[in-house]
Design a protein around this ligand. Structure first.
Ligand SMILES: NC(=O)c1ccc[n+]([C@@H]2O[C@H](COP(=O)([O-])OP(=O)(O)OC[C@H]3O[C@@H](n4cnc5c(N)ncnc54)[C@H](O)[C@@H]3O)[C@@H](O)[C@H]2O)c1
Ligand SMILES: [Zn+2]
Length: 380
């Protein structure tokens, strides 16, 4: 049996943003969740103008922070409760969307975000949400997950509750036009990680394969142009769609060792989610090659590459192309530049081994010694 739960309505492509007022037509007051950097980049101007021109009342909640802690998420829920709003429009990356999703099930005050950390199954949606991603990206607009940092445990924790799946999504390339190239690169590689991890996951299903394949077919040819050329709107639209597909793939499969080993880098060293995954992508996929050769060969074939003949050659091509993407996008690959040293590896390994939820999805079993060797490769 395979399950497939995705948002109710998705608009995608040029001018998709113009659908926003119709999605909110019945709302009395709309809370727009975003942050000050996104506002400063001018990203909110058009969607806010569309809502106001349609005569809809809005209130902006902008005190949201990247990679939020559960207490920061709670502060936004509290602000929403006193705003009098009855609809949430989230315009931002995974950080903003995750807070919006949590608020959609915690707004009635019956439980706190801390309660949800302890037992996510109690969540019940009371506020409808529209997600407008401004990174491409986490795919948070497609998933039932929200990730918060728990500083007292130096951990990032995923809260999973199907009630958080957004009601509507708008994917419009204009929203990522002004994204700084470094953020576009790390968040774009996060989408790539979601797709390739789900495709090679032990939890992969025919549904997740479909979404992961389509995501990979878009990401491989478009990621560099989308991130490095501000005017490559076609490639940006392709990446937004790919990030959404990759998020849908997560919903019906699960990520693997890249995400498992990246969680401690976010929780303890505050390395941004996309950057941490991008650093680990090539070492983990090289480690996985012996168990995933057939998956990589199938990828080679559906990417319509031609020259390689054997599975070994096809798999080698995929790994080289992954390496090339991380290099072209100038993503840091050295943990020491984030203050991590050789003596920190033991605690990283032990924290990563706790993320069994994802490690169990990895086709090649990961021992503590394997994890140590992977982290050590990043301490060049
Ligand atoms: N819910 C899920 O399924 C899921 C999946 C993966 C990651 N996550 C979580 O999402 C968060 C990361 O999200 P992210 O990678 O999208 O980054 P982000 O939301 O943290 O944003 C990164 C930075 O980019 C800025 N920014 C975003 N869009 C911009 C734009 N268009 N123009 C200018 N600046 C812009 C933000 O202000 C922020 O400073 C992490 O907390 C991660 O754990 C969630
Ligand atoms: Zn991710």
């Amino acid at each position: 049996m395979y399950a497939w739960k995705i948002p109710g309505t998705v608009f995608s492509g040029e001018h998709a943003i113009e659908q926003l007022p119709f999605l909110c037509a019945e709302a009395k007051k709309i809370a727009v969740f975003s942050d000050h950097s996104i506002e400063a980049a001018g990203v909110l101007e058009h969607p806010l103008a569309l809502l106001r021109q349609a005569g809809l009342e809005t209130v902006c909640l902008l005190d949201l922070y990247p990679e939020p802690t559960y207490k920061q998420a709670q502060a936004v829920v509290d602000a929403f409760q006193s705003s009098g709003a009855d609809r949430i429009v989230a315009i931002g990356g995974g950080s903003v969307m995750d807070i919006a999703k949590l608020c959609s099930i915690a707004a009635d005050g019956r439980y706190t975000i801390k309660d949800l950390l302890d037992d996510p199954s109690r969540g019940k949606k009371t506020v409808k949400t529209v997600m407008i991603p401004t990174t491409a990206g986490t795919g948070a607009e497609a998933t039932p997950n929200a990730i918060v940092a728990v500083p007292e445990k130096e951990l990032k924790v995923g809260i999973v509750c199907a009630e958080m799946i957004p009601d509507a999504v708008i994917l419009d390339g204009e929203m990522i036009r002004r994204l700084p190239p470094a953020i576009a690169a790390s968040t774009g590689v996060d989408a790539l990680c979601h797709a390739i991890e789900c495709y090679t996951s032990r939890k992969a299903t025919p549904f997740s394969d479909l979404f992961a394949q389509e995501a990979l077919k878009l990401i491989f040819p478009h990621i560099e142009r989308a991130c490095l050329d501000p005017d490559a709107i076609e490639s940006k639209n392709a990446m937004l769609l790919a990030a959404f597909y990759a998020g849908a793939a997560i919903t019906c499969s699960g990520t693997t060792a890249v995400h498992a080993l990246s969680y401690p880098l976010g929780g303890k060293y505050h390395i941004a989610h996309g950057t941490a995954n991008a650093m680990l992508l090539v070492p983990v996929m090289r480690f996985n090659a012996s168990a995933c050769q057939e998956d990589f060969a199938r990828m080679y074939d559906f990417l319509e590459e031609r020259d390689a003949q054997t599975n070994e050659e096809k798999s080698a091509w995929v790994l080289t192309r992954l390496e090339e993407m991380v290099k072209h996008l100038n993503i840091p690959t050295d943990l020491t530049s984030f203050g991590v040293t050789a003596k920190d590896v033991d605690s990283l390994v032990s924290a990563a081994m706790d993320v069994q939820r994802l490690l169990q999805n990895n086709k090649r079993p990961v021992t503590p010694e394997d994890a140590r060797q992977i982290y050590q490769q990043l301490l060049a």
